[in-house]
Design a binder for this molecule. Structure first.
Ligand code: PT1
Length: 258
């Protein structure tokens, strides 16, 4: 899964792809580099980010999704949003994957997702982006994330979302310390016991900066190390900025494991 941020304040490529033509060209490049899914988001969810209005978010993402769908009929287009109105608008112009960092908890989100036979990624987070890194605490992070998944999966199934469309994501960096993130990554096998595919988004994140004492532009090798580890533990989808590097890494790792 390659990332396209259509936000002026994204943590790693803020503002670079605001223009529709530029975003489209970047998406086409990510597809060429091996991305199977293009994840398009109009609201940053990095630590400290502010919320944007429904209207603003739709104005950011819809032109990009429309343009990408016109250029490529087949690619999976993921809409990275927590707002049901944005999901709906995105799906109407060609998005066919819902990536919700709020796990469809917004009023009306379950209903929108249930209307379409498309994959939905349910991500765990503690708190809201603005303040979530302000001393996150858990009694047992693994148990709490697993309990959260069980509840949210139940809600999805009750709303009519098919089990085959559900994907789970432990939400690396979303209200979690380095220790919490490490526990979750080391226990992907336990998350897998729920029998849904696991998505991991760790590309260029703070936890790598903390391990390596590296700025955001210098986190590629750390990101690749975690992607390879997560793959070996059973994760199936990797949300990344560096598609060529990650795709090569996964191709070689797959051969060695077969
Ligand atoms: C993610 C994810 C996402 N991450 C899914 N969607 C972001 N499914 C946006 C940091 O610690 O992991 N999974 N959509 C980006 N959010 C963050 C969070 C960016 C934390 C940076 C950090 O640096």
């Amino acid at each position: 899964m390659g990332v396209i941020n259509v936000t002026p304040d994204s943590f790693s490529d803020g503002g670079k792809y605001l223009n529709t033509d530029k975003a489209l060209a970047h998406a086409m490049q990510l597809i060429e580099q091996g991305a199977h899914i293009i994840d398009i988001g109009g609201e940053s969810t990095r630590p400290g980010a502010s919320a944007v209005s429904v209207e603003e978010e739709i104005n950011r993402v819809v032109p990009v999704i429309q343009a990408l769908r016109m250029k490529n009929a087949k690619i999976t287009i993921s809409i990275d949003t927590s707002k049901p109105e944005v999901m709906q608008a995105a799906i109407q112009v060609g998005a066919n994957f819902i990536n919700d960092v709020n796990a469809l908890q917004a009023q009306g989100a379950l209903e929108v997702a249930a209307k379409y036979d498309i994959p939905v990624c349910l991500m765990h987070k503690q708190g809201q982006p603005k303040t979530m890194q302000n001393k996150p605490e858990y009694r047992d992070v693994l148990i709490e994330v697993m309990d959260f998944f069980e509840k949210k999966v139940d809600n999805c199934l009750s709303a009519g979302i098919k089990a085959k469309n559900i994907i789970l994501d432990p939400g690396i960096g979303f209200g979690k310390t380095l220790e919490h993130n490490l526990v979750l990554l080391k226990n992907i096998n336990k998350l897998k016991s729920l029998s849904y595919p696991i998505l991991i988004g760790v590309s260029r994140k703070t936890m790598i900066g903390e391990i390596l004492n590296a700025e955001v532009g210098d986190r590629l090798y750390g990101s690749l190390a975690i992607a390879q580890f997560a793959y070996t533990q059973g994760a199936q989808i990797f949300r990344v900025h560096d598609v060529k590097a990650t795709s090569d890494l996964l191709k070689v790792t797959k051969i060695l494991n077969s």
